[in-house]
Ligand binder design. Structure first.
Ligand code: NAD
Length: 499
């Protein structure tokens, strides 16, 4: 029973139901060459949604060829101001249909509508920011020490055809984070959404055409790892921008090695969230709960290792547990819902197994009753937010990325101890620190090996601020100046007088 008792469930958005979705290749919607489709389900109920075309290598070939033609043809002729105008129009079109986008992500991946609305507005800002960025691209004139008759300057040129591969958590904004800087730089794109949640990227493809992007500039091929691998290995693709798990990221590195592609990788995380005894504990407790459980933990930068200074550890974890128990879990389409289901049966099984392992290894779940949630939600893939105490750093739940609503609280004693513990992970995506002591905050921000450090907040995000990881959380950055740079080549020109 997913809906609130006594209330009918809000109807599903039309785009999410009915006929099988097709691939967007060269500005036209086509079936996969094989005619095959993949199932797509509403994770809140397990009921089927519109199936997706299953792209294979031959479809990827067609999409890459279309992207190449657009790069060398109509899109290649767009000047920065033309690109800015079309990106701006695309942002407006998404904004006009933001509620529809949010509702589709809600039924397709189980994002609570309030979170899905934030994701839609983030996609709008991302395209607006990119529209501005398109106007800022420039090379340099360079002072050198060779003969004075030679003049040196650099040109910035689009990398070329980009294969963008995204995961299922936040399909719309993940697609926006890939498309916006690529288009601002003048690249063309073959976008491969995740097989579990691809509907908003398809609707975004529709709006790309409406906004005036020439055919082939953005192509959307739905499918699984086969299409992803075909894109990764393709000779006609110049760069892969990948977001997903570290395991698949490794495959992408190997698959792209044959053609030495440019790569940016946004991979997994196991981020530490650190609370010192002098912190504003009320705000920190709220942030600790939401930093771990937003989108039911299906967030790469989720703060899933909660380190609390020993003196306040018991009291603080109890506060977090109280907040956790109050989070309303339920129908993603309901405005009051804070946490929805996990994306798929497979993810539900994976996360449930981690919860079981946590208990078997001796940790205590002080919130979250999985059997009760299963009874309540029937065929939906709901895991309640689960806070474990009595966790040690060696336990599986403290080591591995779970990508579900599971938070491990661990006590620490002072700066050196917590820096050692926090950095003792192969990942380095994000970290949070709560303290009122500025010197300590500075020491922590320098000592933490992570691409993003949040001090007295957790999870802030903006299109202007770089996002990405250290260590096995990947390389390259999304957002900010760094993102567009990753879609540009630098050409050095030496010019000398002809005689
Ligand atoms: P995943 O790695 O299983 O899949 C990601 C994408 O890769 C999908 O589109 C999938 O079809 C495709 N793929 C699968 N096999 C492939 C192959 N051999 N070659 C090329 N592409 C292939 O990840 P997921 O389960 O969809 O998403 C969860 C993971 O994504 C988590 O590890 C999470 O931390 C990570 N993530 C990272 C960020 C970030 O910015 N760092 C953001 C969101 C998610």
């Amino acid at each position: 029973m997913v809906q609130t008792p006594g209330q009918a469930r809000r109807s599903l958005p039309d785009f999410a139901t009915g006929q099988a979705k097709r691939l967007l290749i060269n500005g036209v919607w086509v079936e996969a060459g094989s005619g095959e489709t993949i199932e797509s389900v509403d994770p809140a109920t397990g009921a089927p949604l519109a199936p997706l075309a299953l792209a294979g290598a031959a479809d990827v070939d067609l999409a890459v060829a279309a992207a190449r033609r657009a790069l060398e043809g109509d899109w290649g002729a767009f000047r920065p101001a033309d690109r800015a105008r079309v990106l701006s129009r695309l942002a407006d079109l998404i904004e006009d249909r933001a509620e529809e986008f949010a509702a589709i992500d809600a039924v397709d991946m189980g994002a609570p509508i309030m979170t899905a609305r934030w994701m839609a507005s983030n996609a709008v800002s991302t395209f607006r920011y990119a529209a501005g960025q398109a106007l800022t691209i420039h090379g340099d004139t360079i002072e050198h020490s060779q003969t004075r008759s030679m003049f040196a300057y650099s040109l910035k040129e689009p990398v070329g055809v980009v294969g963008s591969i995204i995961p299922w958590n936040g399909p719309l904004f993940a697609a926006a984070w890939k498309l916006a800087p690529a288009l601002a730089a003048g690249c063309t794109v073959v976008l491969k959404p995740a097989e579990q949640a691809a509907l908003t990227p398809l609707l975004l493809g529709e709006l790309c055409i409406e906004a005036g992007l020439p055919p082939g500039t953005v192509n959307v091929v739905t499918g699984d790892g086969v299409a992803g691998a075909a894109l990764t290995e393709h000779r006609g693709v110049d760069k892969i921008a990948f977001t997903g798990s570290t395991a698949t990221g490794r495959r992408v590195i190997k698959g792209s090695a044959g053609t030495i592609k440019r790569l940016t990788l946004e991979l997994g995380g196991k981020s530490p969230h650190i609370v010192f005894a002098d912190a504003d504990l009320d705000r920190a407790a709220q942030a600790a709960a939401m930093g771990a459980f937003t989108l039911s933990g299906q967030v790469c930068a989720a703060g899933t290792r909660l380190y609390v200074e020993r003196d306040v550890c018991d009291e603080f974890t109890e506060r977090v547990a109280r907040i956790t128990r109050s989070l309303r879990v339920g129908d993603p389409l309901d405005d009051q819902t804070v946490l929805g289901p996990l994306v798929s049966r497979e993810q539900f099984d994976r996360v449930s197994a981690y919860v079981k392992t946590g208990s078997e290894q001796g940790a205590s779940a002080i919130s979250g009753d999985l059997p009760k949630a299963q009874e309540q939600f029937g065929d939906g893939f709901f895991v309640p937010p689960t806070l474990f105490t009595g966790v040690t750093d060696e336990m599986t739940i403290a080591q591995e990325e779970i990508f579900g609503p599971v938070l491990s609280a661990i006590p620490f004693d002072g700066v050196d101890d917590v820096l050692t513990k926090a950095n003792n992970t192969p990942y380095g995506l994000a970290a949070g620190v709560w303290t009122q002591d500025v010197s300590r905050a500075l020491e922590m921000t320098r000592g933490l090996r992570a691409g993003m450090v949040f001090v007295n907040n957790y999870g802030a995000s903006d299109p202007a601020v770089p996002f990405g990881g250290y260590k096995m959380s990947g390389y390259g950055r999304e957002n900010g100046r760094a993102a567009i740079e990753a879609y540009l080549e630098t050409k050095s020109v030496w010019m000398e007088a002809a005689s």
